[in-house]
Design a protein around this ligand. Sequence first.
Ligand code: ZN
Ligand code: ZN
Length: 141
Amino acid sequence: MKGRCLCGAVSITVVGEHEHEIGACHCRMCQLWTGGVFVCFRADAPSVQVTGKVARHASSGFAERAFCPVCGSHLWMRDTDRDGAPYDLMPGLFEAARDWPLRSEIYSDRAMASARLEGAHTRTPRHEFEADNAHVEGDMP
Ligand SMILES: [Zn+2]
Ligand SMILES: [Zn+2]
């Protein structure tokens, strides 16, 4: 499965195991990064091959957000506090992801009015997500 950024300077090939469903996040950091709602699917690290120069922003003490330094397309979010962490890849880069369903939404109570997602998927509000993920630094004010 092949994907690419807007300008084509970065291409990503997923050769092995990956999800075929989408997760969404409405935390404040994701809103600032994406301009709206963050969506991703997970792929095992050994399955992901990246070509082209990539810029990385350490958005927290345990995760990076990668983007194309030429066109700014978002590429992935990934934990950096352990080796071999999976990639949370941006589905919009992959034509193959067009029809994948939304599986779950976190920080669902923080969604902007313009980015509320309909459907029967799982919704986890901020307090529940942070209770189960003690390492997250929390939503920003
Ligand atoms: Zn690009
Ligand atoms: Zn988020």
